[in-house]
Design a protein around this ligand. Structure first.
Ligand code: EPU
Length: 418
């Protein structure tokens, strides 16, 4: 187990550079398998989710060169083998291999994907997309065999704008015959990143980033290139850290438009924040105002920043509420924040009420999932004394070099292997 230890109460000053987006990179890498030629992706973050994807690439016998933030993938000679549960379970995004292999070979066998335990996370919309495109899905005890005689374009309405279902449908439709329309598609920037990558390989996709995506299928894809967009959730997490204990903390390499909703909420809360073209400068507020937040798909307030911002809300004087509309189990951090001194009441599965201000005190807590872990780090940074965060490996799945990035701006943080 990894444990993060933080001596809180300091100040964060200087610059933090944001890495490539986890949720883009984990889709771009499997998407590379749709091409018979070598593709290049830059801006790959060094996080354990990428290691897990690499394991799958190696298992399928792709030729991979990963150096710093650059990956070259040559999938011309891959073998479409059944992907075992031991590796697909490591991350949610392993299901992008389902669609990439289905698109390329019209046949895939693998186990249900893993990921953070933050709710049921069904994949019915992905399967609905596959079926609409002509595939048969056989599902037994977590095991999926999906195949098609022919993949044919279709008109698909997603029951909810699911990121995963949008990307999965997009990947298969790229290699299906004829035209596909995805209605009620998710609009996250990561989807645009993937669509641009596929287009660079010769796909014909329009409308990514809107709720209606049109895809004209092509017979083959050639070599392509992608640059992973900056991670808006990593950026948001550090911006919140700046709002907690920053002194002109600069968050570099970001696309501010991607965190517009967070920026507006921080301004509402009276956080001193300066938004420039590719960076944000943020400082602690002496007079934080409470507010109400409701998570939603992009461009709404991201569920992935809900747990981190809870810490900031708890410092504001007065009552804030937070409604989580995406996941039914994303309040597992509340228990630990309360143990550290917060006054947060869970009113229902989906709503919490936060009474501030809080004087956090260091404790031993648990990173139950990736973003819960991020909220523990933020609480640890403001807390008096020492915070010990167990199961910190969850955090390393999604935050590149978090120890170094925070140390460089003044935090007292260490990661230990227990
Ligand atoms: N849903 C269904 N059926 C489906 C698909 C989704 O009911 O077939 C429900 C889910 O249960 C959930 C909601 O729809 O309640 C949203 O799910 P979505 O498919 O949009 O999420 P995802 O693709 O599984 C990605 C990110 C998550 C992020 C969400 C929402 C990746 C690998 N994961 O998940 O990231 O929270 O979109 O933005 O891209 C994280 O980074 O911490 C993380 C959990």
């Amino acid at each position: 187990m990894k444990q993060i230890i933080i001596n809180g109460g300091g100040v964060l000053k200087g610059e933090i550079k944001i890495s490539g987006a986890k949720n883009s990179a984990v889709a771009l890498i499997p998407a590379a398998l749709l091409s018979n030629e070598k593709v290049t992706i830059t801006g790959i973050p060094t996080i354990s989710d990428i290691d897990a994807l690499n394991e799958i690439l190696e298992y399928l016998e792709a030729t991979v060169l990963l150096k710093d933030d650059l990956i070259k993938i040559d999938a011309s000679n891959i073998i479409n083998k059944k992907i075992p549960e031991t590796i697909s379970i490591k991350l949610r995004a392993s299901y992008y291999f389902m669609s990439a292999l289905l698109g390329r070979y019209k046949h895939v066998e693998m186990y249900f994907p893993g990921g953070c335990a933050i709710g049921a996370r069904p994949i019915d919309q992905t399967l609905k997309g596959f079926r609409a495109l002509g595939a048969t899905v056989i599902e037994k005890n977590n095991y999926f065999k999906i195949f098609a005689k022919e993949l044919k374009g279709a008109y698909i309405y997603l029951d909810m704008p699911s990121v995963g279902a949008t990307i999965n449908t997009l990947l298969v439709a790229t290699r299906a015959k004829g035209e596909t329309i995805i209605e009620n598609a998710a609009r996250e920037p990561e989807i645009v990143n993937v669509a641009n990558f596929l287009n660079s390989m010769g796909a014909k996709i329009t409308g990514a980033g809107t709720s209606k995506i049109k895809i004209i299928g092509v017979d083959s894809l050639k070599s392509g290139f992608a640059e992973v967009i900056p991670d808006r959730i990593e950026a948001g997490t550090y911006v919140i850290a700046g709002a907690l204990i920053g002194e002109n903390l600069t968050i570099k390499n970001i696309i501010p438009e991607h965190i517009e909703n967070l920026i507006l909420k921080l301004k509402e809360m009276n956080v001193p924040i300066q938004v420039n073209t590719t960076d944000i400068i943020v400082s602690k507020s002496d007079n934080l105002r409470p507010t109400n937040i409701r998570t939603a798909g992009y461009p709404g307030f991201p569920t992935d920043l809900q747990q981190p911002i809870t810490v900031l809300l708890s410092l504001a004087k007065g009552v804030s509420t937070l409604e989580e509309t995406i996941y039914e189990k994303r309040f597992q951090n509340v228990r630990y924040l309360n143990e550290m001194g917060a006054d947060i009441k869970q009113l229902s599965d989906r709503i919490i009420k936060i009474n501030g201000p809080t004087n956090y005190m260091g404790k031993t807590v648990v990173a139950t999932d990736l973003r819960a872990g991020a909220s523990m780090i933020l609480a640890g940074l403001v807390a008096k004394k020492t915070t010990y965060i167990d199961k910190a490996e969850h955090i390393l799945r999604g935050y590149e070099n978090i120890e170094k990035k925070l140390k460089d701006v003044g935090a007292d943080i260490t990661i230990n292997n227990l």
